[in-house]
Write a protein that binds this ligand. Sequence first.
Ligand code: GUN
Length: 291
Amino acid sequence: MELLDGKAVSKQLRNELAEEVKIMVAAGRRPPHLAVILVGKNAASETYVNAKVKACKEAGYESSLLHFPPEISQEMLLHGIDELNENEDLDGFIVQLPLPSHIDDKTVIERILPAKDVDGFHPINVGKMALGLDAFISATPGGIVELLKRYKIETEGKHCVVLGRSNIVGGPMSILMRRNTYPGNCTVTIAHSRTKNIKEVCKTADILIAAIGKPDYVTADMVKEGAVVIDVGINRVDDDTRERGYRLTGDVKFDEVSKKSSFITPVPGGVGPMTIAYLLNNAMIAARKRD
Ligand code: GUN
């Protein structure tokens, strides 16, 4: 078993981007500028957003964090998005999800200018991505593809099972893995909560991508010997032995599954850091398009 070290690859990618920032700045251009909108109080979201802002700083990007109160109206939030759309000092921005229940996330996402939608959530970007056209690819699936590429994982003709069908991960991931390119050219199955014989389906996977949001869901009996296992889960599980009162667990029971897999991502230190690096990559793509 070999670890797919997302932490190391993320660092490598962020170092490459930092070098490009230096070249941009030396040429008299401003560095990429990414803004993050956070609404309300959600401990996990705050952690992710802080990590994104920190990664921007380390790579020499400008970053702005707009923290709105939980009771902000949808109208006010949309107004805030309009201002970011029009702000020429900004290359891209994201609205951290989930949003409070009184706000419709689809309406919010559709308000973001596709050219600034570095999360790749806007229907225009999702549609273009599905057609293989130039588009922002959302950060988690994009980061996973980058990880597979840098470890030269063979994908052509393989059976890839994507566990989960969310708009953020499972959906776009399945599209990317069936693209006629590398990484891609897989035969893809999407499995989800209504899939019959889900264990048997998973067991046929050469590449298993678990994005179901259930701690330790994938057990050794669901995994083929030699499979490549990508664990997207970041689940908080109560743990009194930890000072913070919880530990992070993936969707995969790492201890037993790692004994059967050829490659596997750890949690933490796998997909999470790749998501952040890929967001910075998207912000750089946006910045390169500016004159
Ligand atoms: N919530 C969980 N993952 C993400 C992400 O990649 N982007 C945003 N905006 N919200 C998220």
